[in-house]
Design a protein around this ligand. Structure first.
Ligand code: ZN
Length: 125
C-alpha cells in the first residue's frame, strides 16, 4: 500500500472518529466504567415535567438509544482501522489476507474485508 494513500486514509479515519465522537457527545455520555472506553450511554434529556413532555422524552430516549448503538459501532470500526494502521496491517482483508482494493477503502476507510469476501460472508450483492 502506498504511503500517500495510507496517510490520506489515516487523516480521513481520524476526522471520522472526531465526527462520531462529537455526534455521540450530543446524545450520550461516555461510560466511565467501560474498560476500553467504547461504551456510551444515551442521555435522558429532561425537557419538562408535563405528561406530554415525558412522552416526548421517552420517545426521544428510545431514538437516541438506537442512534447511540449505531454510532458506537461506527466508532469501534474506525478505531479498529486506526489500530490496524498503527500495527501496519491496514487495508488487509481479515478473511483472505489480501490487500483490500483502494477504491473500496476510499468509499469506506474502515473496511476490514475485501469486496469478494464481503459478498461471500454477508451475501450482499
Ligand atoms: Zn478477502
Amino acid at each position: 500500500m502506498k504511503k500517500t494513500f495510507l496517510k490520506k486514509m489515516t487523516d480521513r479515519l481520524h476526522a471520522e472518529r472526531e465526527k462520531v465522537i462529537s455526534e455521540l457527545g450530543k446524545i450520550s455520555k461516555k461510560d466511565a466504567s467501560s474498560k476500553d472506553g467504547s461504551d456510551w450511554n444515551a442521555t435522558y434529556s429532561d425537557v419538562g415535567s408535563d405528561t406530554e413532555d415525558d412522552a416526548y422524552e421517552v420517545d426521544r430516549f428510545g431514538t437516541n438509544l438506537s442512534i447511540v448503538s449505531e454510532l458506537e459501532k461506527s466508532l469501534r470500526d474506525v478505531e479498529k482501522a486506526i489500530a490496524s494502521i498503527e500495527k501496519g496491517e491496514y487495508g488487509i482483508c481479515k478473511y483472505c489476507k489480501e490487500e483490500i482494493q483502494e477504491a473500496r477503502l476510499e468509499a469506506r476507510p474502515d473496511s476490514s474485508s475485501c469486496i469478494k469476501c464481503k459478498k461471500t460472508f454477508t451475501q450482499e450483492a
